[in-house]
Design a protein around this ligand. Structure first.
Ligand SMILES: *Cc1c(COP(=O)(O)O)cnc(C)c1O
Length: 367
């Protein structure tokens, strides 16, 4: 039996009755853009995050773009981003015309190193984008304190962190505005593209509601040059079903992570993920490091175990940023992570026997 990286069909199977009923409800309603289903999900997800507002949008990248636009960030502005992140965090900054200002991670947590942020600031810096990478909250207390000290907005890229928490509460409630993705593989995943912004800022929520819908509050009155990025009611209905199961499904991930942490501690050369002080990961990914990563990945593959690399090419070395002046060696910690990280299977439907097999196979590796 092969072990898949993530089993999305099993997620559907577990909730099939509820999901099919939700789908039927939307289809029978005759209402397919915005409306009650969106409003209900927005209320429920805001409550879940402990945030005052949630605004449903088309996807996670748009959520980040709309937060930056909502704060008037654009050409001539700089935004601090983690050097080590999925490229979407950078692309949101570039899309609004601002410039990403990359900061190296703390190698222990893989998240942006707060102690390196102040050195990177420029007179044009307007915001810090913190990413809760792999489901582990960034060190938000320190980051928010730096933001306050310098008059900067603090944006959370919470695309991998539904239900993760730190001293300040749940993600989505730890900065000025948070972008969530409900891409199917995320901890709270839709059955297609979907995203949301969570915020306690009344004005930001209002601006994003207008921006996501052609800059319009009332039909054919376009106040600003908005876009079309509305959460789909069908996806909202599915997300309402899955939100009720999110804590339980995150607990299943936690159980697997604990098992990995206990039983892989003595594998030679294998470095296990470590959460920052006071941070509660939602274990979107379980990312280990190994100096002979490619050989380890091959060994697992031969045992029928699927793994992935998050991420093999850091944004500053990607084609998208060729010509921006960055080169190999600019962010050595990030580059070292890209060369050594490996994501083991984890998810709410990964069987205990599969976890045992993965652990066994890692112990057998002597590459
Ligand atoms: C998935 C993801 C996004 C983008 O979400 P989409 O819904 O795919 O647009 C942004 N940032 C991070 C860190 C992500 O993992």
């Amino acid at each position: 039996m092969n072990v898949p990286f993530l089993d999305l069909k099993a997620a559907y199977r577990e909730l099939r009755t509820e999901l099919n009923a939700a789908s039927r409800r939307v289809m029978e309603s005759g209402w397919y853009i915005l409306g009650e289903e969106i409003e209900a999900f927005e209320r429920e997800f805001a409550l879940y995050c402990g945030a005052k507002h949630c605004v449903g949008v088309g996807n996670g990248l748009d959520a980040l773009i709309l937060i930056l636009r909502g704060y008037g960030i654009g050409p001539g502005d700089d935004v601090v981003v983690p050097a080590n992140t999925y490229i979407a965090s950078w692309l949101a900054v570039s899309y609004v015309g601002a410039t990403p200002l990359p900061v190296e991670p703390n190698p222990e947590t893989s998240n942006i190193d707060p102690d390196k942020i102040e050195d990177a600031l420029t007179p044009r810096t307007k915001a810090i984008m913190a990413v809760h990478l792999y489901g582990q909250p960034a060190e938000m207390q320190k980051i928010v304190a730096i933001g306050r000290r310098h008059g900067l907005r603090v944006v959370e890229d919470a695309a991998q962190a539904h239900g993760a928490a730190s001293q300040g509460g749940r993600t989505g409630n730890l900065g000025d505005g948070a972008g969530f993705s409900f891409y199917p593989t995320k901890n709270l995943g839709a059955f297609g593209d979907a995203g949301a912004v969570a915020t306690n800022d009344d004005e930001l929520a209002d601006r994003i509601r207008v921006l996501r819908n052609y800059g319009s509050r009332a039909k054919y009155q376009n106040e600003v040059k908005g876009i079309n990025s509305r959460l789909d009611p069908l996806q909202a209905a599915f997300l309402r079903v899955k939100l009720k199961h999110l804590d339980e499904w995150n607990e299943r991930r936690q159980t697997i992570a604990r098992r990995y942490l206990e039983e892989l501690a003595d594998v030679p050369d294998l470095k296990l993920p470590r959460a920052a002080e006071g941070a509660e990961s939602c274990w979107h990914l379980f990312v280990v490091r190994h100096p002979r990563r490619d050989a380890l990945q091959q060994h697992l593959k031969e045992a029928g175990i699927a793994t992935l690399v998050h991420y093999p090419i850091p944004p500053h070395l990607s084609g998208a940023y060729a010509g921006s002046g960055w080169k190999l060696g600019d962010f050595p910690i990030t580059e070292d992570l890209a060369a050594t990280v490996l994501s083991l299977p984890i998810g709410p439907h990964l069987a205990a026997e599969a976890v045992m097999r993965i652990i066994g196979s890692l112990h057998e590796f002597n590459g």
